[in-house]
Design a protein around this ligand. Sequence first.
Ligand SMILES: *Cc1c(COP(=O)(O)O)cnc(C)c1O
Length: 473
Amino acid sequence: MDIDQFRKQAHQITDWMADYLENIEQYPVRADVNPGEIMEKLPLAPPRTGESFQTIMDDFKHIILPGMTHWQHPGFFAYFNANNSFPSILAEMLTATMGAQCMSWVTSPAATELEERVMQWTAKMMGLPESFSGVIQDSASSATLCSLLTAREIKSDFQINNQGFSGSKPFTVYCSKEAHSSIEKAVKIAGLGKDHLRKIEVDTEFALIPQSLETAIQKDLENKRNPLAVVAAIGTTGSTAIDPLEKIGEICQKHNLWLHVDAAYAGTAWLLPETRWMIKGIEMADSLVFNPHKWMFTNFDCSAYFVKNQEALIRTFEILPEYLKTKEDQQVNNYRDWGIQLGRRFRALKLWFVIRHFGIKGLQEKIRNHIRWAQELRREIENSGDFEMMAPTPLATLCFRYKPKEIAQPDRLNELNEDLLESINQTKKIYMTHTKLDGKFTLRLVIGQTNLTRSQVFDAWSLIRQASKKYGY
Ligand SMILES: *Cc1c(COP(=O)(O)O)cnc(C)c1O
């Protein structure tokens, strides 16, 4: 391919992109293929000589696309969104074109300085304390790992980095039973041991019970453990439960524990002052993560990690081999020392495009609509007679189940809802996933697509009700 052909292909692909997004509703939202079906269509060996771009693109359309789940489809209500937006897509095109590797300031000064500024903007937009410094990570999982590693190093006076674990009392970490699996993963990777993660009881709204946390810490102290950190969930993945941050913060201060806040999904909501009640006490947190790549219209991956003690973070991760030394090291941020990766993508660009394109007001309007529609739908579900809500709806994720009056046995209700979910997804018009709350099979409907309309939300609800009619109750 020469530059003229590249130009031509790029124009054609841009047209394809616009057509795809314009007609996305015509695709089945969830990929409709069996395991191995795509691989069977792929040759066992790579081609010996280059193929025409046209052939490659044809295979993309005919082999790859049918095996894709369409995450930007307005019928996508599954998991949490990984939404994007026009400005974000365009920025990703520029990022791919420049192909810069932004590990240090000198490897692309603009990438570093834009990241610093955009993280300051983000903190301001969300009402976070000014004392927090931000850095973009690939995912909330990595950010949580960074947080626990930093906590470990501070608590060991940076000796585990030097000597490894050597005969010290085992550290213990605390989170609620509803907290995300990435916390357990981080505890394992950080060498703390999964047996030393305490999963604390939750209340009827699935939020951590502070008294149970206090009791667990006391017990560990009595048993000569070394309580290290608490991870508070603001917006759990199952039901978006909000842990009581202020009370947890007070317990952490009392016992001198590190406090990390996992708000991977919910963080975006703090664009709205009316949701900031959920971060009352945030100044007691040592670190916080939220994902613009979930609900803030920014392509995956873009995870915003904020820390109070920037020096401790850097001291945990810093490396300085001769070949990376530069004369500016004292004056600038080298983000390679703010996390796990050395090489880094230029992720700040898309976030900058998104914030500037929508403005704070434009972002707020979208999020406010999502939350408003979710609250309207919650009332409909509560009044429906044959569906019931399974958890509070503080944001825009609804947890509910089908419960016809005729059925009371827990097992039967679980089966019925599992079957109903499959019927709903079989329509290929909408896609939902489930969770279990208190052992009860629960349908989740997440309202957060970039260009979603109110009528698409209520169409989804009609489809769900329609699908439930087949049982004849
Ligand atoms: C999605 C989610 C995560 C994991 O996010 P990644 O960026 O995929 O690592 C962690 N915690 C919560 C509460 C989440 O909802």
